[in-house]
Design a protein around this ligand. Structure first.
Ligand SMILES: NC(=O)c1ccc[n+]([C@@H]2O[C@H](COP(=O)([O-])OP(=O)(O)OC[C@H]3O[C@@H](n4cnc5c(N)ncnc54)[C@H](OP(=O)(O)O)[C@@H]3O)[C@@H](O)[C@H]2O)c1
Length: 322
């Protein structure tokens, strides 16, 4: 099968398409014939091994996982031992081990059935970014109908899901993005759009919740923009730092939060079937429309990942695999 492989850490162009053996599913796993796969921050971190603490998990000298990619959508083609809730032929989406390949292994509990009216490209955009947005809004910020929510990075992968899910939860949403993405964010349903090159998001304050996916604003700015019982969820931001890579604020937020009535928290999203099923419902009902930047095949994926580093992509980049 064709797969996008990496044998060492390096820039996006170090990813190469190669012919390799089709994997076999392990216990609790299935094989998925991948129709489409997502890429963005996650694939970039694992390809480059940056920031360095990534390597403590992914492999110190070289990546343990040589096939790139996590988000996927496709058909189940084989079932591993102990899997009783999926069958060959099922349309599924979720996260796998080496999604940027014609066939990928995936843990069955990291997949959900894909409703027949949802396309593979939309589905492949959803697992990591959609679950992250859902958990940030619903579980961390506990957003209620009528509350005021700011989404920083509203035209990005997580942010474009966060705007839409916050609206589904009944919030009044302020989307913060650069000028090129302002129309898109308005189309996603944001009640207010702030172009951060003209004025910053705190002009719309106070907010009951801030979902922070970009811009690396100081904690005091987030704190000041919250209502007295408000919550900021720091999802992430890219600073290019080789050691902390932007997570310094999450560490300081954990230290500061006990001393204030406002909650400053962070999130490590965990995709599982229940979360994917919630999102599958929204997709099937037409309430959630993933924003995607397309890449036409596996060969185009390294260049697409390079484009993501320039900040010119909208939503999640999705590679049509076959
Ligand atoms: N904690 C977790 O479990 C988790 C899960 C997924 C992702 N993440 C992290 O979350 C971050 C966002 O991920 P993503 O996939 O959504 O990235 P992304 O697709 O690159 O989106 C980031 C967006 O932020 C916008 N932006 C840049 N500077 C900004 C600023 N100053 N203010 C507001 N918006 C700004 C960018 O475009 P414009 O400037 O054109 O608007 C871009 O659309 C990354 O650091 C990623 O690693 C964490």
């Amino acid at each position: 099968m064709k797969a996008l492989v990496q044998h060492g850490y390096g820039p996006p162009k170090s990813l190469k398409v190669a012919d390799i053996d089709t994997p076999a599913p392990g216990p609790g796993e299935v094989l998925v014939q991948v129709a489409a796969a997502g890429l963005g921050a996650d694939v970039w971190h694992l390809t480059t091994g940056l920031p360095y603490p990534v390597r403590l998990v992914a492999g110190l000298r070289r990546p343990h996982q040589t096939i790139a990619g996590l988000d996927l959508a496709g058909h189940v083609t084989a079932i591993g031992e102990g899997v009783h809730d999926l069958a060959v032929g099922d349309r599924v989406f979720g996260t796998g081990l080496g999604a940027l390949a014609e066939t990928a292994r995936a843990r069955a509990d990291k997949l959900a059935l894909l409703p027949g009216n949802v396309g593979f490209e939309a589905a492949a955009a959803t697992p990591i970014s959609g679950v992250t947005a859902l958990q940030a809004l619903r579980d961390k910020a506990e957003v209620q109908a009528g509350q005021r929510v700011a989404v920083l990075g509203a035209g990005g992968a997580v942010g474009s899901f966060a705007v839409q899910i916050a609206k589904i939860l009944g919030a009044e949403v302020t989307g913060v993005c650069g000028p090129a993405k302002a129309d898109l964010v308005a189309d996603l349903g944001a009640d207010h759009v702030i172009d951060y090159t003209r004025s910053d998001f705190d002009t719309g304050a106070p907010f009951d919740a801030i979902i922070d996916t970009a811009g690396h604003r100081p904690l005091r700015v987030l704190h000041r923009a919250l209502t007295p019982r408000g919550t900021a969820v720091i999802v992430g931001s890219e600073t290019g730092g080789r050691w902390l890579g932007g997570v310094d604020r999450q560490l300081r937020a954990a230290l500061l939060s006990p001393f204030t009535t406002r909650r400053l928290g962070s999130l490590i999203a965990a995709e599982d079937r229940a979360e994917l099923e919630t999102l599958a419902g929204y997709l099937a009902e037409g309430r959630l429309h993933p924003v995607t930047t397309p890449a036409e095949n596996l060969e185009a994926a390294p260049e697409a990942l390079q484009r993501w580093t320039k900040g010119t992509t909208v939503g999640r980049t999705v590679v049509t695999v076959q």
